[in-house]
Unconditional design. Structure first.
Length: 472
């Protein structure tokens, strides 16, 4: 091959290679343009997304803002032009600048910081707002930048603060109530127990937290109250119950409880708030009243039976009186004649009785009272002293004719009731009377009740001792 042909062949090869390079370059230029268009479209879509987000998005370098979206302007009140001219710390509330600076410094040093934290900002108008913030470090064009997202949580914070204050207020109310207040969760366990539980039941609140609410119920009440409670849960209605609850020292306390059902937004049962009061004294009074009612019922039954018998006897007596009416009429004239004689005899009897009373009085004063005074000067034990006082009181009763007048004025008093009345008049206490008569305090209290009833003092604010003294 000649040198000329070889040169042409080399030129032809280079020409083909050039065409190939040009074609390849055109293809790369076309791909680059497509990539640029794709990137521009992606950037446009991304910017549209960022611009429309309700969350504030900020990019800053050092302490200078490089980008803010409209949401940031809406939250802070600053326009973009104003923001770009200001330092990033201008919007941070003074109370939170130190902690935000600390987080920034720790992040720059590679130390761990919370991914999300909250702090206050100051808006352009001077309003304080709460923001929940997250930050990401990244590099762009060899620059260290920070991208921050922020959400305005002011309303949430205000709601949380209002809820906290409300919860604190109701907690103070619950902890200062005389009644017990508790929360029972969906599993039937105590989730809150007020301090009054320790005063009424002897348990510290921490001893009851997490325990089953029905564990310490009286065995006779547990099933009944559990049924009432479960019915309230099923029907989603409040309930009330009275029951006995075991005290920390082992005895049982009567409680009256009101349960308020707590539901979530979907109507699902969450638990109950229970308010309980101690009704032990009321129950004791009811038991005493029931005993008195039973006793009174028995007395009335006996009285009715006696009244029926008296009515029958009265009818028989009326028949007999009617039969004897004629006889009495005949004897009336004779009685009138005897009346004059009887008056003379009665007058003589009254004179004899007066003379006898004077003799008794004289003998007691001159023969017995001096002996009593001598005995009183002797050393006697308490029981002997009490017997001596009672003896002296009885002698005075004889002298004053108290026993005779009391028994004649109120003939339905039994002998034992008359003895108890004498001792009450002398100022003896129930315990002293029961000891002297060898009886129980409750029996003496029953006698006192019967005496007041028979004297017509029930329901009247009259001292029994004073009333008995006025009879003599």
């Amino acid at each position: 091959m000649s040198g000329e042909n070889k040169t042409k062949q080399e030129l032809t090869g280079k020409l083909h290679e050039s065409h190939h390079l040009v074609a390849n370059l055109k293809w790369k230029i076309s791909q680059h343009k497509q990539t640029e268009q794709t990137l521009q479209e992606s950037e446009r879509q991304f910017r549209t997304l960022i611009e429309s987000l309700p969350i504030a998005v900020v990019i800053y370098e050092g302490t200078k803002f490089l980008y803010t979206n409209p949401a940031f302007e809406k939250i802070t009140g600053y326009s973009r032009d104003e923001v770009y001219q200001h330092d990033v710390w201008q919007t941070v509330h003074p109370d939170y600048k130190e902690i935000v600076r600390e987080y920034v410094q720790r992040r720059l040093q590679g130390e761990p910081v919370p991914e999300v934290y909250t702090f206050k900002i100051i808006t352009k108008s001077g309003e304080e707002r709460w923001v929940e913030r997250s930050a990401i470090d990244f590099e762009l064009n060899k620059k260290s930048l920070v991208l921050i997202t922020g959400t305005d949580i002011t309303k949430r914070k205000q709601a949380e603060e209002a809820l906290r204050k409300s919860e604190e207020r109701y907690r103070r109310i619950a902890e200062n109530m005389s009644d017990m207040v508790s929360d029972v969760d969906a599993e039937g366990l105590f989730s809150y127990v007020s301090p009054s539980h320790q005063r009424i039941l002897g348990y510290r609140p921490e001893d009851l937290l997490g325990t089953a609410a029905f564990d310490k119920f009286h065995p006779d009440d547990k099933d009944r109250v559990s049924s009432i409670y479960m019915e309230g849960v099923i029907t989603k209605t409040d309930s009330e119950a009275e029951y006995r609850y075991r005290h920390a020292d082992g005895h049982y306390v009567w409680l009256r409880s009101s349960g308020h059902i707590i539901l979530d937004g979907t109507g699902k049962y969450l638990g109950s708030i229970i308010s309980s009061s101690d009704i032990t004294k009321r129950k004791q009074l009811e038991d005493n009243l029931e005993y008195l009612v039973q006793e009174r019922t028995t007395e009335l039954s006996q009285s009715n039976k006696q009244l029926t018998e008296e009515i029958t006897e009265r009818k028989e007596a009326e028949a007999a009186l009617k039969k004897k009416a004629d006889e009495l009429k005949i004897q009336s004239q004779k009685l009138q004649e005897l009346n004059a004689t009887l008056k003379v005899l009665l007058k003589q009897r009254e004179e004899d009785r007066t003379e006898l009373e004077e003799k008794v009085l004289s003998n007691v004063k001159h023969l017995l009272f001096p002996q009593l005074e001598t005995l009183q000067e002797q050393r006697l034990d308490a029981k002997g002293k009490m017997h001596l006082d009672i003896l002296e009181g009885n002698l005075k009763n004889i002298v004053s004719s108290f026993s005779h007048r009391l028994s004649s004025k109120y003939t339905d008093l039994t002998p034992t009731e008359i003895r108890v009345a004498n001792l009450i008049r002398e100022g003896k206490t129930t315990k002293e009377i029961s000891k002297f008569l060898g009886s129980s305090d409750s029996a003496i209290n029953i006698h006192r009740f019967h005496i007041r009833r028979k004297l017509g003092l029930i329901g009247k604010n009259i001292n029994l001792q004073s009333h008995l003294s006025s009879i003599s």
